[in-house]
Design a protein around this ligand. Sequence first.
Ligand SMILES: NC(=O)C1=CN([C@@H]2O[C@H](COP(=O)(O)OP(=O)(O)OC[C@H]3O[C@@H](n4cnc5c(N)ncnc54)[C@H](OP(=O)(O)O)[C@@H]3O)[C@@H](O)[C@H]2O)C=CC1
Ligand SMILES: CC(=O)C(=O)O
Ligand SMILES: [Mg+2]
Length: 661
Amino acid sequence: MFRSTAKLTRQLLQSSRMLTSLSSSSTSAKSRLFPASAAVTYQSWKVAHHLSTAPNNSEHNEYDNNDDILTTPPSRSHVNPWEEPEDMPTSGEWEGCKRGFMKPIQISARGVEILHSPLYNKGTAFKSGERDRLRFRGLLPHRVMNINKQKERFLIGLRELESNIRKNIMLEDLHDRNETLYHRILVDHIEEMAPLIYTPTVGQACQELSARFRRPRGMYFTEEDRGHMAAMVYNWPHNDVRVIVVTDGSRILGLGDLGANGMGIPVGKLSLYCAAGGIAPHRVLPVVLDVGTDNQELLNDEFYLGVQKPRLRGKEYFHLVDEFMNAVRYRWPRVLVQFEDFDSSVAQRLLDKYRHTHLCFNDDIQGTGATSLAGLMGALRAKGEDVNSLGDQRILIAGAGSAGIGIAQVLYQAMLEQGYSETQAKDAFYVVDQHGLLGKERMATLNPEQQAFARDVDSGLPLLDVVKKYKPTMLVGVTAVGGLFTEGLVREMASHVERPVIFPLSNPTTKAECTAEQAFEWTDGRCVFASGSPFDPVEMEDGRIFSTSQCNNMYVFPGIGLGATICGARKVTDRMLYVAAKALAECLTPEDAARGQVFPHISKIRSVSHAVAVAVIEEAIREGINTKVSPDDAKNLKAYVDRKMYYPEYVPLIEKRTISI
Ligand SMILES: NC(=O)C1=CN([C@@H]2O[C@H](COP(=O)(O)OP(=O)(O)OC[C@H]3O[C@@H](n4cnc5c(N)ncnc54)[C@H](OP(=O)(O)O)[C@@H]3O)[C@@H](O)[C@H]2O)C=CC1
Ligand SMILES: CC(=O)C(=O)O
Ligand SMILES: [Mg+2]
């Protein structure tokens, strides 16, 4: 089990390279992919550092490395958990940390039940005193391992696997056994893990969910549950649910209708809520509204686990959603509901119906809009232009669905904030769907949100002709059509603009409108690039290396959820999304911008979520919809939010006693 640091580091370097090449796109183009050597070096440094600094006796201290999952110490930036955080408070509950004593959690589970409860299970990390106290002495092998040793062992096994889907399965198995270790691995290795538990691998995990089903996670609601939902929600074993991610599986990433197999998306998003957003795992609930599917393959599949009927539509559908929304609010009055991957035929309608009465938002419309705003402001910085010059851009959005219109709406609001008139702001947009440019002549076929961005002339003009005629400075793809940005189209754009901004945002990677290497090659390295799923940096034949960024709503939804739930906001407002975008944009350092990056590195995601949450709470206070943060706490909001963020560490457990003497 124990390997030398050098040997392990070598192996990690090798595995990381393997991972890099597995997740990379085709290398057939002239430019070749550049292995993310900076990340590899950082990764191996972290492991090497840990191995050389972990104290020898750490495995035998009953209370070291433990924490209360409900509140956490303020600073978590340290790599080695045995090191005392620099800003450890001098009073209050964390005074105990210094003496190696942690407030335990009382649990009702007993003996072996605890080992089978993923929220409490620590596996081989249970210390001998705890094994006695909790009555499972003898049910675990003798050796006690601390969380870092467990993590190290898990990572060796994970990195030996050859395919990303196998890695996803291994991670989800851990998720089902030991949530603390799972989230700790995500927190410490987010760059490596995000593509495995989220896009792109989560797409395949959803497609194969029924075939690979092992253990249930989350809740399913079907038409048969009508009239029972208010009672059903009490089947969920946790009383303090703060965030629900719900889908009806009708548009999973760019993969279309995956029915109940879409459960992988709420599960993946909520893993990010915990690891990146600091929401404790017992406070999240993934949900599928299983209203059938129109996917013929699933309807014919003998192993499909969802409702094998055509989708419920119309009034019946909306009544079902309504019962669900009221049932969850009945049990958890302050819960935040994130609508995810609903087909655009219902997404905006659901948002409009609930946004003023329930604490909710639509991630594909609003989260994507806020993230893209931050990314496009980052692109202006990377180009050395004024971030407040959005209204002077010519912005071509390919795709007029939830994401496309969501992006246009948030950018439009931002332009008004930046001082542009409504006419100037509207004039910056060119929005194209399958039938070409949205224009006045097509008004009758457009929904009200699309109509707002219809141009006076050139209705139906094809995408390439829009590029030729209007010479966009920014090109955003949210069509779910892989390869839509052809060489001809990108070269045409680059012939008019010195530094074209190219954002193929469709997920998963196979649906990206173009790859990173294509964009850099076809613009001779002049573009500023960001994609929905991650791409490795690109090295051109002449040796130039270009950074890529991931423009994905994962940069804002965890922070929006964290902020909205900490302050008990009554609703998620448009301005909250705007301040979230600004906070995210401000996390970009001058060095990031100089490298052509438009988002902070993903390893910074927890501090990004923290900044977004602080901005959201400040906005809630300004708008008078904060119900929880006291004026005193508001004075030192950053520290307050820090304290509220969950950090995955083992907590001492004690039995909850029902009889007192
Ligand atoms: N990076 C990120 O954070 C996010 C990425 N996305 C991705 O964006 C993609 C779209 O999502 P969403 O908006 O919800 O999907 P929708 O189905 O709502 O919208 C897709 C849009 O693309 C248009 N379209 C399809 N084919 C073409 C074409 N050949 N040329 C021009 N337009 C075309 C459709 O037009 P028509 O209506 O005429 O069919 C429609 O307007 C997905 O792949 C999703 O994964 C979504 C959210 C966040
Ligand atoms: C990222 C995301 O939400 C999507 O692709 O749908
Ligand atoms: Mg989505």
